[in-house]
Design a protein around this ligand. Structure first.
Ligand SMILES: Cc1ncc(COP(=O)(O)O)c(C=O)c1O
Length: 397
C-alpha cells in the first residue's frame, strides 16, 4: 500500500484493521508484485465470471460467486446512430447490468470485502445515491449489520432512499450534497468510527473501492486489445473510475501485457457546469482540485464539489493527453432524451458524456473518425423517476 500523494509505503499492520487514509491524510493505493501476478496468470485472466476473473489484481481473494458473480463483465456496444450524428466511432460500456444498476457495485464489492477481511464489522458512507445502494446490497450479502448511509436531504422518499432500504440499509439525511452529508456522518458517528466499530467507505477513504473500479479498465483492455479507443469519456464525481481505469492500463503495461507501443486512450473528465471542480482546476493548471460551491445538477453522481483524489485525476488527464469538460444542464437533459431516442439509454451522468462529446466535436478536439468510448455508468431508471420535472414533457401526454 502506498500514499497516493508521496508514493511512500503505508503501514498496513498486517491487515488486522481496515486500511483508511495514509498517516498524512491522503488516499492509499494498492500496489502489487506485478511480476508475480503475471507468472500466476500466465498471460490471461481465468475464465470465471464477474469480478472473480480479476482477483489476481485485487487486494482480496476468494470472493464467492454469490457475492460478486454478477458484478462487472459488462458489455461494450456500438452506438451507430450517435456515431453517424457525430462522425465518430462511438461505443458505450454499459454498466446498468450490475446488481444495483450502476458501476458503483464494482467498488463497493471490493471495498467491503477488503474491509471485512481486515476485521470490519459494519460500514458507513455518504453518497450521492448509487454508492449507498451498493453498500447496502453488499453489506446484506455479507450478512453484516445494515450499512449506515448518509444521503443529501432532498433524497428522502426518492428512488435511492427506497433502493437502499430495500437492501436493508440504514439511511440518514443531511445537507444539500455528498460533501455536507459526509461531514454530518463524521460528526454524528465520530464515536463508533474512532473505536473502529464502523468503517468509513467514503470515496477514496479506503483503497478497495478504487481497485474494484479498476476492473472496468481491465475489461476495456480485454474487449479492445491493442486497438484501444482513442478517447474515453468518464462522468466525474469523486473520480474513482477515472483513476481506476488508468491504474488498470498502468498495471497491464508494467506486467508487459500492454506493450509500450500501444496507444492508451485520452481520458476526459466530464462534469456539469453547475459543479465542475475538476474542470476548473484542470483549466487553472493546478495539481490538486480546489472545491467549489455546487449549484446542483440533474446528474446526481456529478454533484460532488470537492475531490480528495484530485491530484491523481489531474495527473491522469495530463498523462493521457486528455482534457476536462463542463457541460450545461440544458444540454445534459437534451442528451438524456437523445440517448433514449436512439435506443442507447443511460442515466443523466451518461447523458453528460454525450453532451460533452458534442462540444468536443464542435470544437475539433475530437476529430472526425476517431474512436470514442463512453462509460455509461448507469441506466436511465433514476432519471425517469424525476423525468417529468427535468427532461420535459412525457411523450404521449
Ligand atoms: C451513475 C453515476 N455516474 C458517475 C458517478 C461519478 O462517479 P465517481 O465518483 O467515481 O467519479 C456516480 C457517483 O455517484 C454515479 O452514481
Amino acid at each position: 500500500m502506498t500514499d497516493s500523494l508521496t508514493g511512500d509505503a503505508v503501514p498496513t499492520g498486517g491487515f488486522t484493521r481496515p486500511v483508511g487514509l495514509s498517516p498524512r491524510g491522503a488516499p492509499v493505493e494498492v500496489t502489487y508484485d506485478l511480476e508475480a501476478v503475471d507468472s500466476v496468470l500466465g498471460g490471461a485472466f481465468p475464465a470465471v465470471g464477474g469480478l472473480r476473473r480479476y482477483e489476481a489484481l485485487l487486494p482480496v481473494g476468494g470472493l464467492p460467486p454469490a457475492f460478486v458473480g454478477d458484478v462487472g463483465g459488462t458489455p461494450v456496444i456500438p452506438a451507430p446512430a450517435l456515431s453517424e450524428e457525430l462522425e465518430v466511432d462511438l461505443a458505450m460500456k454499459v454498466e446498468a447490468g450490475n446488481p444495483t444498476g450502476s458501476f458503483k457495485d464494482r467498488g463497493l464489492a471490493v471495498g467491503l470485502a477488503l474491509g471485512v477481511a481486515s476485521g470490519a464489522a459494519r460500514f458507513c458512507l455518504p453518497t450521492q445515491g448509487n454508492a449507498g445502494v451498493a453498500a447496502a446490497l453488499f453489506s446484506s450479502r455479507l450478512g453484516l449489520p445494515p450499512a449506515v448511509v448518509y444521503m443529501p436531504r432532498g433524497y428522502e422518499g426518492g428512488v435511492y432512499h427506497r433502493a437502499c432500504a430495500l437492501y436493508g440499509g440504514e439511511v440518514h439525511f443531511s445537507g444539500p450534497n455528498i460533501a455536507a452529508a459526509g461531514k454530518a456522518m463524521r460528526d454524528e458517528l465520530a464515536g463508533p468510527l474512532s473505536e473502529g466499530r464502523y468503517v468509513d467507505v467514503s470515496t477514496f477513504f479506503e483503497p478497495g473501492r478504487l481497485e474494484g473500479k479498476k476492473t472496468m479498465g481491465l475489461e476495456i483492455w480485454e474487449e479492445y486489445g491493442e486497438a484501444l479507443p482513442q478517447w474515453i469519456l468518464y462522468p466525474t464525481g469523486g473520480g474513482t473510475g477515472l483513476v481506476g481505469i488508468w491504474k488498470a492500463f498502468t498495471e497491464l503495461r508494467e506486467m508487459g501485457w500492454m506493450g509500450p507501443e500501444v496507444q492508451r486512450p485520452r481520458m476526459v473528465a466530464v462534469q456539469s457546469e453547475n459543479c465542475a471542480p475538476v474542470v476548473r482546476s484542470f483549466e487553472a493548471g493546478l495539481d490538486h482540485v480546489e472545491p467549489v460551491v455546487s449549484q446542483g445538477t440533474v446528474a446526481d453522481g456529478l454533484d460532488v464539489p470537492g475531490a480528495i483524489m484530485g491530484h491523481a485525476m489531474l495527473r491522469v488527464l495530463r498523462e493521457s493527453g486528455g482534457t476536462a469538460a463542463a457541460v450545461a444542464e440544458a444540454d445534459i437533459s437534451a442528451a438524456y432524451a437523445d440517448l433514449g431516442r436512439t435506443g442507447t439509454p443511460g442515466g443523466y451522468e451518461t447523458a453528460a458524456l454525450l453532451a460533452a462529446l458534442r462540444n468536443l466535436r464542435r470544437e475539433g478536439v475530437v476529430a472526425r473518425g476517431e474512436s470514442v468510448l463512453l462509460i455509461a455508468t448507469s441506466g436511465p431508471a433514476v432519471g425517469l423517476s424525476h423525468a417529468v420535472a427535468t427532461a420535459g414533457p412525457v411523450p404521449g401526454r
